[in-house]
Each structure stands twice: as C-alpha cells, then as structure tokens.
Ligand binder design. Structure first.
Ligand SMILES: [Zn+2]
Length: 306
C-alpha cells in the first residue's frame, strides 16, 4: 500500500512544486547517454536509463518499470540504427506518451551526425540474424562521436527548455574541454601500440579501434548476434596464431568459455572490455569507459615488451 501511494504521488505530482521548477526528465536507452546528458543538464535534468551497462544492449528484457519511466519522460534518447528494435517500440506505445514518439520533439536519436561505420551498401537483410543491419550501432565508443552526441543533447535540451539555454551551452563547453584533455591522455597511452591487431567477441569496437589506431582482425561471433561455432572458432585460433595477436577483447555479458578456449590454444590473453557506463562499478561516467578499457588493453599489449 505504501508503495502504491508513493507511485500515485509520483504519477500525479504537480509539474511545479512550490517555486522549484520541474526538471527535464530524460530517459536514455543506455547509461552512456544518461551520463553525457547529466554532464550537459546538471541540476536541470533528471536522467535515467533502461538497459544497464553490464547487459547486452541488443537483447534487453523489457520490465514494467520501463513503461512508467517512459510515461513520465520529457525526452527519450536512443542509439538508433535498430539497436533497440527488440524491445523499445512496444514500450513507447504502451507509455501513452506522445512526446517521445519517433519524429516528435521528445525523441532524440543521437546517431544523427555521428561517424557511423559499416553501413551496408547493398540491400539490407537480416541474413543469419545479423543485428547490425543499418551500420555499427556501438558508435559512442569513439570520443569524437561522444562529442557529437553531447552537442545533440545540448541542442535538444535548449529546444525543450529554452530559458536555460546558456547553462546547457556552458556545460557543453566544459564537457568538450574535458573530452579534449582526456583524449590527449588516452591517445598518448595508446600511441606505442599503433596498428596492433586484436580479436573481439562481438563487433562492438570498430569506432574505438579507428579512433585509437588499432585493428580488429576478427570476431569470435561468426556474425553479430550469432554464437561461436566450432569451425569459426578454429579459424580464429589460426588467425591469432598466424598474426601473433595478443588480446581477445570480450564484452562483460558474454560467456568466457570460447574466448578462454581460444586463449588456451594461442598466446593471446582474454581481456574483459567494457562498452558502457556501469559495465563494472568503477565505470561511473562516459570518460571512465575509456580510462578503464585503455588501461586494461595497454597492460596486455605492453606485457613482455622490452
Ligand atoms: Zn552489436
């Protein structure tokens, strides 16, 4: 009963409580966009996410609580490129919140303007269950795209809440300045490993490797969203051996069995590599994704070097 009263209080809370203006309520599909939105919105926004950073963003289990969050949102931020196709469209319908429908003012697809890789050139098919039908949807893993996402969010917040435009612009400038500084630091750490080849479990990292000068030689998944097969695993073992690859990067939500088997047959090391805020408790914001992953990668690529 207490919970019901609390719920009703939330649902029917007035838009303005006393003289304190209501915050812009943002729901993002990913914690990464929430983190950036918090940097831009500060105290003026309340940011929440649907998927958690330790979950596979392609396969999110919809919960009833998602509908409540969406029903209250002023702004919905999505990755687009069909990353959320498996769960989000029916939730938007069920939220009965017209503001956040695609095409309306409260819907923001932050892939717009970003450098999207691996866009298909021919006819789009879902052959073999490919979950990247419109290009690679893990594009936030390039800091340059993080900058574009931040600009999109700042512009949208200024549109929805024009009275606070100056605050959003100031916070955007601070975010960009920090990103520029951090990127110098990250680039310096990665510079000694320019051109290094890695194998990754899922095809989450093309933007990351492009930005940091690495190369993904192969994926443990035969196609995005398709589990490992014995024949493909054998090909990956041969690839790692022939190209002397040192690192197998695995997103935190995949079974380590096949990666460890491959590592056991080669000289490569398995590295859990986090694509999102909240993937591990130490990754509390967008910047610490790169802090954590780059430190882990440098350790493996640098091991045994003289
Ligand atoms: Zn994917």
């Amino acid at each position: 009963m207490k919970r019901l009263v609390a719920l009703l209080a939330i649902l029917f809370a007035p838009a303005f409580a006393g003289s304190v203006p209501a915050k812009v309520r943002i729901v993002s599909t990913l914690d990464d966009f929430s983190s950036i939105a918090e940097s831009i919105g500060g105290d003026l926004v309340e940011a929440d996410s649907l998927a958690k950073g330790y979950q596979d963003p392609h396969f999110v289990d919809a919960k009833p609580s998602f509908i409540l969050k969406l029903s209250r949102a002023n702004l919905l931020i999505v990755a687009g490129l069909e990353l959320e196709i498996g769960y989000l469209p029916p939730l938007i319908d069920q939220s009965r919140n017209a503001k956040i429908h695609p095409g309306n003012a409260g819907y923001l697809d932050v892939s717009n303007g970003c450098d999207i890789l691996q866009r298909p050139t021919g006819q789009v098919t879902r052959a073999m269950g490919d979950v990247h039908p419109f290009g690679n949807p893990h594009y936030w893993l390039d800091p340059n795209n993080g900058r574009i996402i931040a600009r999109s969010i700042a512009a949208k917040l200024s549109e929805l809440d024009p009275g606070n435009r100056a605050v959003y612009e100031k916070n955007l400038a601070a975010f960009e300045a920090k990103l520029t500084e951090k990127d110098k630091e990250w680039q310096a750490k990665m510079a000694p490993f320019a051109g290094a080849k890695v194998v990754t479990f899922h095809n989450s990292w093309p933007n990351f490797v492009k930005h940091f000068g690495l190369d993904v030689a192969g994926n443990i998944e035969p196609k995005p969203g398709i589990p490992p097969t014995p024949s493909h695993t054998l090909e990956i073992i041969n690839l790692i051996t022939s190209q002397k690859i040192r690192a197998i990067l695995v997103e935190p939500y995949f079974d380590l069995k096949t990666p460890k088997y491959v590592a056991g047959k080669t000289r490569a090391t398995v590295v859990v590599f986090y694509p999102s805020v909240g993937g591990t408790p130490e990754i509390k914001d967008y910047f610490s994704i790169f802090d954590t992953d780059i430190d882990a990668l440098v350790k493996v690529l640098g091991a045994g070097r003289t």
